[in-house]
Write a protein that binds this ligand. Sequence first.
Ligand SMILES: [Mg+2]
Length: 232
Amino acid sequence: MHPVWLLDLDNTLHDASSVVFPRINRAMTDFVVERLGIPEHQADELRKVYWQRYGATMLGLVRHHAIDAHEFLRATHPFPDLHRLIRRDQRLAHALRRLPGRKVLVTNAPANYARGVIKALGIGAFLDEVISIESMHFAGRFQPKPSRPMLRRLAARLRVPSSRCVLVEDSLENLRSAHRVGMRTVHVTGVAPRVAKVAWKARSASDRRVGLQVQSVTLLPRRRLRSVHRTP
Ligand SMILES: [Mg+2]
């Protein structure tokens, strides 16, 4: 039986670290400066602290500063020109088409932005569903990756056992959560050139919770998936 692929977006399907993330970070810092009335260096620090603590800056701002999530997401993903910033690689569409099984994009980014990136990458036809941060709201709060309850709910919603899902991600934190709920995992190491690849590779290679490691999703259909198919 084919797996259900849960594909992360940023730094998994495309390199977000060179242009896109710096712009989002800039917009988030500006938003925090304006709304909380604090100096830029403090706002920048707060943005990073919340991102590390909650997996998304938005969560900290909603929880501690009563910021409206949707307003924040709109203000911090200003990309009318995404198609110019994102490099389309035909090999990605080709790889997704060849990958057997359902493909679900699962991103902590907002839906508008995700749709823009998908369009710029030319991969919309190969995705069965897009799960953005807006749909990770339940029990009265946002619970994005690496939330384990969210991953369990996601598998239930897709009507498959967790063991049939494969999370494909650049974030080890998210992969560990997926492993804990019984999903299989693929660590994507090489999309973002600025990531310290050697250190990450060493860490994930020694991390038995990572089922398979690929430099790029374009290589996935060619890899023997035995290790991905193994029950963790
Ligand atoms: Mg990512």
